[in-house]
Design a protein around this ligand. Structure first.
Ligand code: PRX
Length: 658
């Protein structure tokens, strides 16, 4: 971490309203009282091996049961359920086929243009087997990494499950990333194959995914990639490279509908998912088979209190961890009906989400605060036109939710009757860590409330010591949990340094540093206040400021760049870039537009700066570190508070102010 972020952990929310679960909701739920939650937490704390061991045996199918629950003898490298053999694709599909779930709808998909598909568990199983056999037929086997660069189509979920079935780790790259960003991930992960589509529909336009893949593979930039599997979605004309590219329908449809699941070791890699950090390029977060399966399964069951007849919809994209854990693996492992929607609300259809809820009688809806704020802005008149009475539970994820948006969500979307689960977690944690249990936890708008049973979260200072109630500090987790990331792909050092060695506990214990600031109030509620590192959260998308800076400085006219987040009512944060140009380059509208376009090409539209401020110099300390605290204040028009005596050149500040 290379900047002073003290500002961000000082802001304290002042929300005191409490909403308890209704008696009706509580009486029907699995964990139906706060005392039951406390009891479970106590059980997990006093005998974690028994708690997790029992859960793993009860909730998952094992080809061979594990010998040891947790091996933490070589921290921070954990081994969960060592000696066990299982397969998450089997747990999501095959094990349901011998029960009434076999003919239940597993996946409801709706495309942006309004086309629809439904798969029962039996049908989904067949599709996954065919896709798995197709992957085998092009030489993909256990341990080969397969990148997915897909629109939100059923084949995305099918491909993930097919990879898991044959033991090929997947690495899903969000379809909104550029070809450059895709290439970086393909190279880092040494992907052997890519699954993509001729395009995807987004906001009434076609996103040319296959073109981007071709561009990423140009020359010999990704020598490991041997084949590309292309789903036909838009019927857009695309180039097909003979010998490398295959149409999905040509090689999948003719395959056998039977494919045995590979018996995976508990700690075999299930997937790699890239996410932004404080430094350098995005890091490949590694998740393994059994622990991730248990954590996504159990958290889904607890938090959404899933029932036989629920129709559950999470609006995330499968390119993010939320899509992995709570569109695909968690719901299917529980035998639930999960909905996938290709579109987003757009000018031609502002009520798109409410239409999906009405049409499919969604009972559980999980979305991001940024979406809720956008809906608030367009007004309740739009959701009011739809029948949302099927809803019984609402969730949020991805960023802190402001109490005003929480209340609006509860009243306007939930009709005042649905509990809200504000779920705090990260790509690295595999599943939710801090969240209300809907039948048990009294909620306070804006607070993710309490850690789930077995999660020992705390708020600490830089020595790893707990801070007093209501004081800001670093959010940490003090004990391993099954869904924890196991490594940064190919970079153990970064894994240690980013998460386990940043704080220096005096007892040398390994505690997990999440990168977020938080406070705990006098009743033990956690209030997550956002990142304390150089990561920003723009519309729920996590971006590294250094990544955007590297993109900017790779432009021929840029000498130096510093990027900060500016609080934004709608997006949470917006991106402000301070740029110094090389001699000869002139700050004008033209270069402003060029630089924004350049960032879009390097990373993707989500990283496009909202504002570029050209400056002759950046404020730095004598040791050359950029003082982002000052830039953040300047970007948001705030007073510059705190010490500025370490500035190397004070005149820079005056110039920037002017
Ligand atoms: O800052 C926290 C924020 O999102 C970060 C994790 O981002 P990512 O790995 O992309 O995963 C997003 C989906 C799980 C966290 O470090 N965050 C996530 N959920 C919340 C949140 N901040 C506050 N409240 C939340 N409920």
């Amino acid at each position: 971490m290379n900047s002073d972020n003290s500002n961000s952990i000082e802001s304290v929310l002042q929300e005191q309203r409490v909403f308890s679960p209704s008696d009706d909701f509580a009486s029907k739920s699995r964990i139906s009282s706060f005392s039951r939650y406390l009891e479970m937490s106590e059980m997990a704390k006093s005998d974690p091996n028994k708690f997790w061991g029992d859960a793993a045996r009860e909730e998952l199918h094992w080809f061979k049961c594990f010998e040891k629950v947790l091996d933490w003898s070589n921290p921070p490298f954990a081994k969960w359920f060592d000696g066990g053999k299982t397969n998450i694709s089997f747990n999501c599909l095959d094990r349901h086929l011998s029960s009434s779930i076999a003919d239940k709808v597993a996946l409801i998909w709706e495309g942006e243009p309004g086309d629809q598909k439904k798969y029962t568990y039996k049908q989904l199983h067949k599709e996954v087997c065919k896709a798995a056999n197709a992957l085998k037929s092009i030489g993909i086997g256990k341990g080969d990494l397969v990148a997915l660069y897909m629109p939100m189509v059923p084949e995305a979920a099918i491909a993930m499950l097919a990879c898991a079935r044959i033991g090929a780790p997947h690495s899903v790259v969000f379809g909104g990333f550029s070809s450059e960003a895709l290439r970086d991930r393909l190279i880092n992960g040494e992907a052997k194959a890519i699954i993509t589509a001729d395009g995807g529909f987004r906001k009434d336009k076609v996103i040319p995914l296959k073109d981007a893949v071709d561009c990423a593979l140009e020359g010999d930039s990704c020598p490991n990639v041997e084949s590309v599997l292309v789903v036909q979605r838009t019927k857009k004309t695309i180039a097909m490279d003979k010998g490398r590219d295959y149409w999905w329908h040509e090689i999948v449809d003719s395959q056998s509908e039977e494919c045995l699941s590979e018996e995976m070791d508990s700690e075999d890699c299930l997937f790699v998912l890239y996410t932004s950090g404080s430094t350098g390029k995005p890091k490949g977060v590694v998740h393994t088979t059994a622990g991730y399966n248990l954590w996504s399964h159990l958290t889904f069951k607890w938090i959404f209190d899933i029932r036989e007849n629920d129709v559950y919809w999470c609006t995330a994209d499968v390119g993010w961890i939320t899509g992995h854990s709570y569109i695909v693996y968690g719901p299917l492992s529980n035998g639930a009906t999960t909905v996938m929607y290709e579109g987003v609300p757009r000018p031609s259809k502002p009520g798109a989400f409410w239409d999906v809820i009405q049409k499919h009688k969604i009972s559980i809806f999980y979305t991001a605060p940024t979406a809720i704020r956008a809906f608030m802005k367009t007004g309740k008149e739009i959701p009011d036109q739809y029948d949302l009475s099927s809803l019984r539970l609402l969730g949020t994820v991805g960023e802190p939710i402001n109490p005003e948006a929480w209340i609006w969500y509860r009243d306007v979307i939930g009709g005042g009757k649905c509990p809200i689960v504000d779920t705090w977690w990260q790509t690295e944690t595999g599943g939710v860590m801090i969240s209300p249990l809907p039948g048990a936890t009294p909620t306070k708008p804006g607070s993710a409330t309490f850690p789930l049973p077995g999660i020992e979260a705390d708020v600490v200072n830089s020595d790893g010591e707990s801070v007093p109630d209501n004081e800001g500090g670093y959010l940490v987790v003090k004990r391993p949990w099954p869904g924890m990331m196991r490594n940064v792909y190919g970079d153990e050092k970064r894994f240690r340094e980013s998460y386990w060695e940043y704080l220096k506990p005096t007892d040398n214990k390994y505690i997990y540093f999440a990168g977020d600031g938080a406070r705990r109030d006098e009743e033990g509620y956690f209030w997550v206040m956002g990142r304390v590192d150089d990561v920003i959260n723009v519309s729920g998308h996590r971006l590294g400021t250094m990544e955007i800076e590297s993109a900017l400085v790779s432009h021929e006219s840029v000498s130096e760049a510093a990027v900060v987040g500016r609080p934004d009512d709608l997006k949470g944060e917006s991106i402000v870039a301070f740029v110094t140009l090389k001699t000869g380059a002139e700050a004008n509208k033209n270069i402003d537009a060029q630089l924004k376009k350049h960032v879009v090409n390097e990373i993707g539209p989500i990283a496009k700066p909202d504002e570029i401020k050209f400056t002759d110099a950046l404020p730095k300390t004598r040791s050359g570190k950029i003082m982002r605290r000052i830039l953040r204040a300047l970007a948001s028009g705030d007073e510059i508070s705190g010490d500025t005596s370490t500035l190397e050149d004070r005149s820079v500040l005056d110039k920037l102010r002017n």
